[in-house]
Design a protein around this ligand. Sequence first.
Ligand code: HEM
Ligand code: HEM
Length: 236
Amino acid sequence: MKEFDADELAGYNGENQKPVYIAHDGKVYDVSQSKRWRNGLHMKRHRAGADLTTDIQAAPHTPDVLERYPQVGTLKKEAADREIPPPLAWLLARIPMLRRHPHPMTVHFPIVFMFFTPVFTLLYLLTGLKSFETTAYHCLGAGILFCAVAITTGLFTWWLNYMAKMLKPVKIKIPLSLAMLTTAIVLFIWRTMVPDVLATLAGANIVYLLLVLSLGIMVMVIGWNGAAMTFPVEKE
Ligand code: HEM
Ligand code: HEM
């Protein structure tokens, strides 16, 4: 029986009429004949050409469904469990949710805080109520904190589950997340040193406002590119 490594398996992803292979528990199956795996995409989220052993734990069915399709090979051991340091492998085996969940669980916080920093800033400019501006300042601080957390968990899930491959969304997410974090830190220091930076809208204060607005745009682009990985848009 043929032995596949991860790169080879990735070639059987169902795109452009290629066969649709999926790996589970060291075995590689050919699901090309399944309607539910047409074009290599299952339930609009699972992509073929990969080891889906962990993913199937969240499925509404057991791995028995795989027995409906022929096994065409095995997955090379080191491809399945690549150099994960033993203490981490031990932890992941004991608490399997640490494998996939930390990033999706933590991303909501920077999304909210980075999005509401411009929202409360605009509310302040519209109403003149100082408390809106104070809230924007607090959102900015919390945004910085949780952006750092999301970047850490994002890099972790990318390394662990995507073999640190330079996929298109990742190419956008890494530099943009760092740009967003830097912008937020600059704004936070600025606002701390000049508390009434938005009292008059002229000169450098306009730059401050534009940078605040850019946070909302950056976080939407980052979130969109993240979701594009978890919930791939089906190509017609
Ligand atoms: C949240 C994730 C998933 C959902 C919601 C889901 C949902 C479904 C549903 C509704 C079916 C049809 C039920 C049936 O035919 O008995 C199905 C079939 C199947 N699923 Fe999944 N699934 C998920 C993940 C996975 C994963 C990760 C794998 C691969 C390791 C997988 C492999 C299969 C196979 C091989 C079939 C049989 C298809 C056929 O008979 O043509 N599923 N899935
Ligand atoms: C503030 C920064 C970030 C935000 C707001 C963010 C947001 C998101 C969102 C909304 C998702 C979809 C989550 C879901 O499954 O529901 C996602 C997924 C993902 N993100 Fe991020 N992300 C950030 C930074 C990063 C960074 C720096 C990386 C590093 C490569 C990264 C890698 C990933 C990966 C690999 C996924 C796919 C889902 C997974 O395996 O967990 N993210 N992100």
